[in-house]
Ligand binder design. Sequence first.
Ligand SMILES: [Zn+2]
Length: 731
Amino acid sequence: MANLLKRMHLAGLCLCAAFSLEAQVMMTQDGRPMARIVLASSEETNREAAELLQDFVGRISGAELPIIETKKLKANDIVVGEPTDRAGEDGFRLLTEEGRLHIQTGGDKGALYGVVDLLEQELGVSCFTADYFRFEKCPSLTIPKLDRAETPAFRYRQTQSYSASDPIYKAWYRLEEPNEEFISNLWVHTFDRILPSARFGKAHPEYYSFINGERRPGNHSQWCLTNPEVFEAAVHQLDSIFAANPDLKMISISQNDGNNTQCACEECRKVDEYEGSPSGNLVRFLNKLAEHYPDKEFSTLAYLYSMQPPKHVKPLPNVNIMLCDIDCKREVPLTDNESGRYFMQALEGWSRISNNIYVWDYGINFDNMVAPFPNFHIIQKNIQLFKEHHATMHFSQIGGVRGGDFMELRAYLVSKLMWDPYQDMDSLVNHFLEGYYGEAAPYLRQYMDIQEGALLASHQPLWIYDSPISHKDGLLCPQLLKRYNELFDKAEQAVASDKDRLDHVRLSRLPLLYSELEIARTRTDNDWEAIRQKLELFHERTAQFGVKTLNERNNPPAEYYTLYKERFLPQAEQSKALGAKVEWILPPAKTYQPIADKALTDGLYGGTTYVESWVGWEGKDAAFILDLGEEKTFSTLSTDFLHQLGAWILLPKSVTYSISSDKQTFRPFGSFAFEEDRDVKVKFVKGTATSPSPVKARYIKVEIETLGLCPSWHYGVGYPAWFFLDEVEVR
Ligand SMILES: [Zn+2]
């Protein structure tokens, strides 16, 4: 563990209570060791805890405490890892007694977290990221009289941070990973890993969902849970999984990702109707497994179509319900808007029939990770709600990527609150801001507070698939963008001489910069030179700070930079379709009709989120005529499509162009057939046709053939596929 403290920050005066009258245990004096770290047993966690304590005491005081195993205790000994019944799993008790300090464990990692608590509370060490700790150096360390015990509010605590691969950070934030709890990392969306459709689908299509008139085996299809052979096949697979993994007892048997893909065969539907929710079939199936393997614990998802609890069947104690609030909006706590209340109804229902609930909550913008996501005012209230409704396990999904909105603060807060949701939130926020940003903290606090107020005042929901563009008249309106930039300018000035903190401020400024770029591409009246400079700065800073992705689909900033120059900055040659009138033959889905007349020929290109600029068709063909206003000469026709599998947006089959001078007789111009693309990255794909020599025409007919239903490899198996079109180009 010695090489793990990369950067240590020392500041201020030595304030530690070297000669306190209350001192019970003297750890070091004038840089010399006074205490011994005594292992209560040779368990690995105790050794890890002892080494962490030794390491930090060394850094703070310069003294190296020995780590020993002995039964003969002396004064000032620090005994690590005795069991206590005053704390539960992962909990600890810190107790001074007869001149000794006892760091006792309630089980599992208790001793390690006891050491972390001692370092934080008594020795003043703060950990902000894996390579940014702060504490004051002090050669003489004493511990006052202590007797406190803590047990975490949730037995399992999971979040995301780029720092979490560092073992000290992970211990400090008291985090767990699925592979430490779930057999073979089978923790979510496991149906297709347990009975792969690729292996069983051909011989046994009846194992899989009946959707829209037929069995549709596929990796996003589900199981036919009322088929007894599916239970037998699952047991057969589980026997060998359990035999190969004797150390863990928990496993997830859960639906594949995708909505409304549950089996709709007659038997399954009957149960769904009786139970009032597709979760009925899942709980019945899981209960059978839980009875068959009473010493194992089975987790299943209550997610999308299965979120609401069943009316009759109750999960057995060794069935865990992983409940996800993915569809909720985030501008207010879950109790305070409609989508939240629908989730609360599910949470209340499940909490009436289960004490074994795992809540998966979302504090992330999947499509625009490096964008403001001002939900700090709801985090604590929501975690309290989970705790009060029998959640014992919690995953706070926050993305955790470099450049994510206040990612470091976010990880700190959710980790603290998963341990104890009733701490003073303001103190936690201020402690982090002051340590991590130093003199810049007040400006960043103002920035956060203004965003919170502006979001609430705008009455615009905060969504996990938002685009900054959705907020361009609200929390990201021009006046506020200006104000935010002034605050960041002041913040940067305040820490200009502290390189680390200047970097922290600049890293946290990226979401603002990204928002400005995104909003600029929806306007035509920009100062393009200023936008070009912002783009260069964004490019430079994302590279400097190692920002790897801008969204859940792993689109990197370097790609954004190139795309922005080619797609969004004004181009030398303009399309001859600019401003052309559109006449509909097969119009788009209703939601998109209000923007459709202008969006295809306004010269503004859609971005990676389908919520702006894009015009969509759901499972249907498209056809329209473009009126250029007069005869024009051109040789290339092109249409621009969005590829975003996660949002059920697939490319169409083909696009066909024909042209006319009188709108009566059309002659073929050309066509383009799209290839199937299973890549999860977001892409813009053009369907281009070129004539060998220039042609003359006023009217262009565009006909697009849909894929129809989503294919079996896709989340939307058996349901209509969307395609989204933006600009039509004539060159
Ligand atoms: Zn079925």
